[in-house]
Design a protein around this ligand. Structure first.
Ligand SMILES: [Zn+2]
Length: 599
């Protein structure tokens, strides 16, 4: 943001606060906490960007602060941190500023691209559309405002199965969150509603399907001051994941008194973006579009046929990555079944997942994968939407996806923790032919043409042999230089040959791959000691996670464990230096991990 833009934003905010102060004067009970909160945000901004405040604005804010009587604390439910700083902007009852929350709760030193801008826009009351690829840290952009705003943030999330994870992850770092959905018993629902009403939670997760009738009535009575819509592209029928229930969201903004809406998605073309803004009734939203280039994903492409046996290639790839989480996508349910059976018969810990399975076994498969009880999920594309598991180290496509958009979504499930991960595609023209066969008889001619074309674009991308990342992000309208080291064209590597070599030496197959694929370093450069330590830390993490009944990656991500193995922290202070470890985690797990590190 330029200085002039910051100045304009400050001036606008001061004007808004003047109105709010007059409501306080008129005795509006809700206005006071809101005024306190927003004044504190401005104080925080003033500390960071004093130049954005003209002398007039500073004077106006001083008048404003002294015109409203002091209160003990606007909102008592969160402990204020007293910094005692007051640089000419009046009393500081101090709400914490976003960077402080980022550091003190999430344990990160700085924001990733776009996060700070989106948070600032949301806190200034502006609607916002964030298009950020998976792994770019979308959820922080509403979790941090939720912690700052005085009311509760309503999060619309598409998958009920995932809500518990999201809430568990927040609870792990000390943020109060809950979910309301059909998985709860009547008694649980009642209890949560009472707490929600009291303003106990910073965030409530609900599914779009739930936003009808009774729940909507109930929420209308609560103090909601931000609506965050995850996977917002589902609202648009132009998107590849249209979900009719998202239509429940139109009118939501006005229903809650024109509070800001933050719409987030990992993939949205311009047409879909426009549709999201229109359907949500967003007003002049701030827009952020992140880069689609994810250098930690190492892309490789292999053409099937010519004497190559895909099944065996996949087996070798998986065997050389023993102990790591991976997904293998297959086109059909049948190939999911046969591939799983083949891998299992060779001692791989794999389970199938497809829409044709009974509910029970399917959920069990997903759960076993999330909890690291199996390494490999063999699945159709029915698997994965909204999967939060951050330690997926590879995605293999046994068959070619039907569009680049789909491919991008699917590989996006790997490496969400930022650690280097492999994405290996097997493709052939025969898949283009089978997709075409699906389209026969489709009456919507323009749609049929478009789908046929998408498949050809996917095939051409695989064939053309240019930098994979450069041509992939070009599809989303982004221009970058060749990646240099994150694809098989630029990096000139051959993952199949490497896998073959790795399983040729049993020792490497046991321990190396866990680290080998992570930092893009050849295995020789990874010291044995750190390697073994990483495996031990993973084992400890798994044990703690099982005791708590949560997935391992909610304790610490792979990225955190790798840093631990490399830096070997000896004290809690050392631990606090590691990116991704906040104070609550140190209290909970610091001692036990330090003990393991000392061994
Ligand atoms: Zn490249």
């Amino acid at each position: 943001m330029s200085l002039q833009e910051s100045k304009d934003q400050v001036a606008q905010e001061v004007l808004a606060l003047t109105h709010l102060a007059s409501r306080v004067g008129a005795g509006d009970p809700d206005a006071r906490p809101a005024l306190d909160d927003r004044l504190n945000l401005l104080r925080g901004l003033f500390r960071r960007e004093p130049n954005a405040f003209s002398p007039e604005m500073v004077a106006a804010l001083k008048r404003l602060s002294s015109s409203v009587p002091m209160t003990g604390r606007g909102t008592a439910r969160r402990a204020p941190t007293e910094t005692g700083l007051d640089r000419g902007l009046g009393r500081d009852t101090t709400r914490r500023v976003p960077t402080e929350i980022l550091q003190s709760l999430f344990g990160y030193a700085s924001f990733r691209p776009g996060q700070a801008e989106i948070i600032q826009a949301v806190l200034s009351g502006r609607d916002c559309l964030g298009v950020m690829p998976t792994g770019a840290g979308k959820s922080l952009t509403y979790q941090i405002p939720a912690r700052i705003l005085s009311g509760t943030t309503l999060v619309i999330s598409p998958l009920i199965a995932l809500m518990k994870d999201q809430v568990d992850a927040l609870t792990e770092i000390g943020i109060r969150a809950t979910f309301l959905n059909s998985s709860l018993t009547t008694a649980e629902r009642q209890e949560r509603r009472t707490l929600v009403k009291k303003g106990t939670y910073d965030l409530i997760y609900v599914a779009p399907e739930g936003l009808e009738g009774f729940l909507l009535e109930f929420l209308s009575d609560c103090k909601i001051d931000l609506i965050a819509v995850d996977e917002a592209h589902c609202i648009s029928q132009w998107g590849h994941d249209f979900r009719p229930a998202y239509r429940n969201l139109s009118g939501l903004k006005s229903r809650f008194g024109d509070i800001p809406v933050l719409a987030l998605t990992a993939t949205a073309t311009e047409a879909v973006s426009v549709d999201i803004v229109r359907q949500m009734g967003m007003l002049d939203p701030f827009r952020f579009r992140g880069s689609f280039f994810r250098p930690n994903l190492h892309l490789s492409v292999y053409k099937k046929g010519g004497g190559r046996k895909t099944k065996e290639d996949i087996l070798r790839l998986v065997q050389s990555r023993r102990g790591e989480s991976g997904i293998i996508y297959c086109l059909s349910r049948k190939s999911v079944e046969t591939t799983t059976a083949f891998l299992v018969s060779h001692g791989v810990r794999a389970l199938p997942y497809h829409a044709g399975m009974e509910n029970g076994p399917r959920t069990a498969s997903q759960e076993a994968f999330r909890r690291d009880n199996v390494d490999v999920m063999v699945a159709t594309v029915a698997f994965g939407m909204g999967i939060d598991k951050s330690n997926i180290r590879y995605v293999i496509h046994r068959d070619m996806p039907k569009s680049l958009e789909g491919y991008y979504q699917e590989i996006g499930r790997a490496g969400r923790d930022g650690v280097e991960s492999d994405c290996i595609l097997f493709y052939s023209w025969s898949e283009v032919v089978s997709y075409d066969r699906f389209l026969i008889g489709m009456t919507d001619e323009p749609l049929r043409k478009k789908m046929g074309q998408q498949t050809r674009e996917m095939f051409d991308w695989a064939e053309e042999g240019l930098c994979r990342h450069q041509s992939l992000v070009a599809y989303f309208g982004e221009t970058i230089l060749p990646c240099g080291r994150s694809c098989d064209v630029c990096g000139k590597w051959d993952r199949l040959a490497q896998a073959q070599a790795a399983i040729g030496t049993p020792k490497m197959a046991q321990t190396r791959p866990a680290l080998q694929s992570k930092r893009g370093l050849p295995s020789e450069e990874i010291p044995d000691r750190a390697d073994a330590l990483f495996v031990r830390l993973k084992t400890l993490r798994k044990r703690l996670a099982d005791e708590k009944g949560i997935p391992s990656y909610l304790i610490f991500s792979d990225a955190v464990l790798l840093q631990m193995a490399a830096q070997r922290p000896a004290t809690e202070d050392d631990l606090a230096q590691i990116s991704g470890i906040g104070p609550k985690k140190i209290v909970q797990y610091g001692a036990i991990f330090l003990a393991e590190l000392k061994k």
